[in-house]
Design a protein around this ligand. Structure first.
Ligand code: AMP
Ligand code: GLY
Length: 441
């Protein structure tokens, strides 16, 4: 089968790498892809808004499956446009939900209301429209901090502010509700109850009827060690997560995954593809912070290496509505992923720096994101440049292995966190680890 994979980040490089291992795959096309995906398929240019061009590509390349990496095309209705195209009728399966299902990520208020309807544990909230600034300020004055303030729509990571003080919360609400910086994403605003705990990213794959849980991962979002500094797209990940043990994952399955898939069905919302449940572990109880309608980046780079099953087989299960008959087989080993970024990221950074040492990496996978090939040189071309994923018999060994390989790669301004996975070693639940802090230089 020929597949078109949409996206061009580390997540998509990992997906391309995984798909290319399948005997069910004939040709893999990636758009836009990156120099990393080029090793597993062909990169093609197509404007996803241009339905004629997309149709032509699908027909010309005999594509039978479109796998969507990022959320924006899904929220934007790409699935629906392909499904409704008379020229493509019955020809292609899209892995990723239609616009109605993608609202779980595209509208935080919709997601919250959905969770309320289906009894899915999440932080309490209030929603306010642009004209309701006074009511929102009044709500802040009547409640205790910290305040979790969120724009309803997609805001490229800039739509959530955790305000410690009442003054900061009021200022944030004024800025977001009166300003134009976030566009229509801030037409509705949410103020949520603040949850204290540890975050964990859980994933499932579904054909709309059955679903299968995928490995969990912990993401490290801040740029600095010890979770300091500004938020990024993600600076590293570890899978599995020691505290997301059998008991915890059973709760995730029963209280969150199952009612979510049942809820979608009962509301007549078709959903096929991945669902990312961003959870907070509050004293052993899972609460949903957010849904994403895709896999995570960089979580994917830590979970796909652990997936023993053929990803194409799972996708085939979606295409034929037979996911219940497929198996998700997971490697027991731990995988640690360290993201290499350009100096200055997530603020301003320079690009065009030569990347060296990739050929020295032997005991890890390097998934590229912000890279560009120029003749025989690989150059940096983005904030997050690449992620290095390595196995270990436990988290401690996975981390050591990942950092050993990180040290082999170099480019001017190479920046990364030194403490990916460290916090997990310090928990009593640390599976197989020594419980000691590692002295990584
Ligand atoms: P979101 O975009 O909804 O995932 O929010 C971004 C980040 O804000 C999350 O990854 C959490 O670290 C934090 N956050 C969001 N909602 C809450 C909440 N209700 N309580 C505490 N932290 C939260
Ligand atoms: N790593 C978080 C995300 O993909 O949203």
């Amino acid at each position: 089968m020929n597949v078109l994979l949409i996206g061009g980040g580390g997540r998509e490089h990992a997906m391309a790498w995984k798909l290319a291992q399948s005997s069910m795959l004939d040709e893999l096309y990636v758009t836009p892809g990156n120099p990393g995906t080029l090793r597993h398929g062909r990169n093609v240019e197509v404007d996803l808004q241009d339905q004629r061009a997309l149709r032509h590509l699908i027909i010309d390349k005999r594509i039978r499956m479109v796998v969507v990496g990022p959320e924006a095309p899904l929220v934007d209705g790409l699935h629906d446009r392909i499904a409704a195209d008379p020229g493509l009728k019955g020809l292609v399966t899209v892995i990723g939900p239609g616009a109605s299902g993608a609202r779980l990520e595209g509208s935080k208020e919709f997601a919250k209301e959905f969770m309320l309807r289906h009894g899915i544990p999440t932080a309490a909230f209030r929603a306010f429209g642009r004209g309701e600034l006074d009511a929102a300020l009044e709500h802040v004055r009547r409640t205790a901090g910290p305040y979790v303030i969120k724009a309803d729509g997609l805001a490229q990571g800039k739509g959530v502010v955790i305000a410690a003080s009442r003054e900061e919360a009021e200022q944030t609400l004024k800025d977001m509700m009166q300003g134009t910086a976030l566009g229509a994403a801030a037409d509705r605003m949410l103020i949520e109850q603040h949850l204290s705990g540890t975050e964990v990213s859980c994933f499932l794959i579904t054909d709309g009827e059955a679903f299968k849980m995928l490995p969990s991962a912990k993401d490290y979002k801040r740029i600095g060690d010890g979770d300091t500094g500004p938020n990024t797209g993600g600076m590293g990940a570890v899978s599995p997560v020691p505290f997301a043990d059998r008991e915890f994952m059973d709760k995730v399955h029963d209280r969150i995954a199952l009612p979510t898939i049942r809820g979608l069905r009962s509301e007549g919302i078709p959903y096929q593809g991945f669902l990312f449940m961003g959870l907070m572990n509050v004293g052993g109880e899972p609460y949903v912070i957010e849904y994403n309608v895709r896999l995570g980046d960089p979580e994917t780079q830590a979970i796909l290496p652990r997936l023993r099953s053929d990803l194409m087989d799972l996708f085939e299960g979606i295409a034929t509505g037979t996911l219940s008959e497929r198996h998700v087989d997971v490697d027991d080993r731990s995988c640690a992923t360290v993201v290499l970024a350009s100096a200055g990221y997530p603020g301003k950074y320079e690009t065009g720096k030569a990347i060296v040492g990739l050929d020295l990496v032997q005991s890890a996978h390097v998934f590229q994101s912000g890279t560009r090939q120029e003749k025989d040189r690989l150059l940096t071309a983005g904030g997050r440049v690449a992620s290095v994923s390595a196995f270990g018999k436990d988290i401690e060994h996975a981390i050591i292995n990942a950092y050993t390989n990180v040290a082999l790669i170099d480019f001017e301004g190479k920046t990364h966190r030194m403490d990916i996975g460290q916090d997990l070693l310090n928990t009593s639940a640390g599976r197989g680890g020594t419980g000691q802090k590692l002295g990584i230089k």
